[in-house]
Design a protein around this ligand. Sequence first.
Ligand code: F6P
Length: 489
Amino acid sequence: CEKKDSQASKQRLLVVANRLPVSAVRGEDDSWQLNVSAGGLVSALLGVKEFETKWVGWAGVTVDDDKGRQTLTQALAAKRCVPVFLDDEIVQQYYNGYCNNILWPLFHYLGLPQEDRLTTTRSFQSQFDAYKKANRLFADVVQEQYEEGDVVWCHDYHLMFLPKYLKEQNSNMKVGWFLHTPFPSSEIHRTLPSRSELLRSVLAADLVGFHTYDYGRHFVSACTRILGLEGTPEGVEDQGKLTRVSAFPIGIDSNNFIKALELPEVQMHIKELEETFAGRRVILGVDRLDMIKGIPQKALAFEKFLEENPSWQDKVVLLQIAVPTRSGVPEYQKLSSQVHEIVGRINGRFGTLTAVPIHHLDRNLDFHKLCALYAVTDVALVTSIRDGMNLVSYEYVACQASKKGVLILSEFAGAAQSLGAGAILINPWNVTEVASSISYALDMPADEREKRHYHNFKHVTSHTSQEWAATFVSELNDTIIEAQLRTTQ
Ligand code: F6P
């Protein structure tokens, strides 16, 4: 009963993201298996407990029959999730196409894909149309779930039209939008054919949030330079209507990781890993297999390190977990082959009869094994060529209270702005610099490791996902109160 009361007093929050926190797999007997989805957005939002949260999103599977839709909806309801059903054509054009072949590379400074630039405005246009159609489908489901007073929090580059569609349906709805990727310089954003419509649609939100101050600044300057609107210290103003723009650096549920380390199962994995790698130091990489993560650059830097430090050759291993992702997009298939080719070459060059220098795994690890890996490894190597935040670096720090391993972190990850003082910052394009940072990390004296770790641990445990969500929602509430006051004055 107490539990029910505390639920009742919590503010209702509708989280709308392309991907639900669970992805569904249909069994042969038509039952549904729900697996926790990969990625930073899910790992951060799962820790948020202050609100009565309901998720609206895609379950990662196409379901064409009514019975399947019904049973999946029921299975998801138990997880407080509501599905948006997308057919294969929409998934191809909206998710694989406009989201992950156009917006994702552009927002990470990789430019527009060449075929679209050179040939078809047609395929670009059809992907853009599908993007808008998908955003409409999300808006319709939100509308069905919405109750007066709810806060609607839209997430990410998949849903840039959602604030506009929601406000058109109901101008009183409290709508926030948060971007989990970088927002690029306006000079990059302006190359996008649909640049203005996207900006205007996001501006329909009451509050727009980014991981860093720089991403927010880029967004405001895109609005001023491309749309000719006025940028103010609070955000962007259009004919008296202010859209507030602010930085809300995301965090993790650090306690969840810290507590997991005490579990017998995790302790058992730790012991096994220590035995497996006895006598060798371990450098850890955990990334989705994405071009923004700089996995080829990481392998090449490690090769350089081995080349320059022969005495380390059979005493250190790079353990790379490469979580498969977006395999329907050709660029990701190419990346996978490229990484395998580089890793194979390096292992052929430096491997011995009994050991290889790079252990590369193309799979997701379960949470307990991942915590154990974070805890036992000597160095974490994050080489993103651009990354909105990079929560793997946070997770590593949370699990290193006893070992005090070293974090080597790309200066192009948002996390460099919060963990920069404790980490060794690197430019992932400079393989020589990364190689010498690996060497420095492996030889770092204990007192320096402790100091660096302490700094980062303090940050990770005090800037949590709970605090991130609470700050965003409270600022969204304030923004709306201020706007009401302005109109009554
Ligand atoms: O913002 C990045 C993001 O959208 C996050 O949800 C997560 O880090 C990752 O990309 C997941 O990608 P996908 O849903 O395409 O597998």
